[in-house]
Ligand binder design. Structure first.
Ligand code: SF4
Ligand code: SF4
Length: 392
């Protein structure tokens, strides 16, 4: 079995069975050395998805728990933006475009003839009521649609973290049709991640940092996490990437020396991608934004700078916004997405997981998105043994 050094990791062996077995053995021995339960957290929906897809939790001892944090932009997107997108889609001259996942997420506008619980209206419901809602794969598709429909207003519901927002910044910088605007549901990860250790009862000892996001921001922005006693490692997405990150965290915890390790150094640099950061900074500035189920977090949202505000849907439709109902419940009754998002519970601890709430009929946002924790748990069978459907 090869010996694997978390700090000199060969990037060409991500799925090699021997390497994975070596990492598994190393994690087991570190767990023994530590000799007590340890909770770790990743902050990326793709990590949750890959952990489920490759059953990685089955490879690590029960004493090492890996929980999911606020790593899915769809799950943390505030009702305010969903409501805005719905209202705009119902205007006769407007096309609302969005990533497919976002279409099924409920906002807080009551749905006439409610189906279950207190389900609220989503963009899919708006489409059923005649709203023009289109699925796109990127802001480029939305710009193309705007070019093809000069007599319409085309709105891109820009939901995402750094990786999505940088594409929007690049597009706006290069120039887009005047009839395109964006809904600024753009989230910057570090302030939310840095907030987590300050929450009451927070008992996570190490973070697997989100691999794509840190490719852009770099690791420096997480420097004060080790000062708060949190071990950190940048995490890639292949099985060996995830396991080697766990090794790095456990080594730090065993030695009592929290720091930032970079086992994903084939892509991640300590200072990130300077060109991407410059483009982001030219088009967007940081502002407070509400994270659904968490809080309004200062400087954690990307808002268009004054020179680009003509592309902000909130400004363009300002007159219309006065009639919008932007207040509302965070999550449907009985849904525990807020606790799932903060790593306080596992999805199968929510009473409706797999019963009232499934990927085909999601009740809360964490069951909607491909990056959603509950959806990954359901699709890959995690926690299924706990689902008992009562038949009357
Ligand atoms: S944007 Fe990338 S890094 Fe961030 S949560 Fe999504 S998949 Fe993970
Ligand atoms: S199972 Fe459904 S309702 Fe419960 S926390 Fe997950 S998404 Fe929300």
């Amino acid at each position: 079995m090869p010996d694997v050094d978390a700090h000199a990791f060969d990037p060409h062996v991500y799925k090699d069975a021997d390497v994975v077995a070596g990492l598994q053995a190393k994690i087991a021995s570190l767990a023994d050395e530590i000799g007590r339960p340890v909770k770790l957290m990743h902050i990326c929906g793709t990590h949750e998805h890959e952990m489920g897809r490759f059953a990685l939790r089955d490879l690590i001892p029960d004493t090492i728990e890996v929980l999911a944090g606020p790593g899915c932009p769809v799950c943390v997107c505030d009702n305010e933006y969903v409501n805005l997108a719905i209202q705009l889609s119902l205007r006769p001259d407007t096309i609302v475009t969005s990533f497919g996942d976002m279409l099924a997420v409920p906002g807080s506008i009551p749905l006439e003839g409610e189906r279950r619980g207190d389900v609220r209206m989503s963009l899919l419901d708006a489409r059923a009521e005649g709203g023009d809602v289109r699925t796109v794969y990127s802001v480029f598709d939305a710009a193309t649609l705007a070019q093809e429909n000069p007599d319409k207003e085309v709105v891109f519901f820009s939901v995402g973290f750094e990786t999505t927002v940088v594409a929007v910044a690049a597009m706006l910088k290069r120039g887009v049709p005047d009839n395109l605007s964006i809904i600024e549901a753009n989230y910057y990860t570090p302030p939310a991640t840095n907030l987590l250790p300050t929450l009451d009862g927070f008992d996570i000892e190490g973070f697997i940092l989100p691999g794509h996001a840190v490719t852009i921001t770099g690791l420096r922005v997480y420097e004060h996490l080790p000062e708060q006693g949190i071990a950190c490692a940048a995490g890639g997405f292949e099985p060996a990437d995830v396991l080697v990150s766990i090794v790095a965290l456990l080594e730090q915890i065993r030695d009592g020396t929290p720091r930032i390790d970079n086992p994903y150094n084939r892509l991640v640099k300590y200072d990130g991608n300077e060109k991407a950061k410059r483009e982001l900074d030219e088009v967007f500035e940081l502002a407070p934004i509400r994270w659904r189920g968490i809080a309004e977090i200062p400087a954690s949202g990307y808002k268009l700078r004054p020179a680009y505000r003509r592309y902000a849907a909130t400004d363009r439709f300002a007159g219309h916004l006065e009639t919008l109902d932007l207040a509302g419940a965070e999550h449907p009754k009985g849904c525990r997405c807020a606790e799932v998002t903060l790593g306080q519970i596992r999805p199968d601890e929510c009473g409706v997981f797999g019963k009232l709430c499934t990927p085909d009929a999601p009740y809360g946002p964490c069951m909607v998105s491909h990056e959603g924790t509950c959806r990954a748990w359901y699709l890959f069978g995690m926690g299924k043994e706990k689902i008992h459907v009562e038949v009357a």
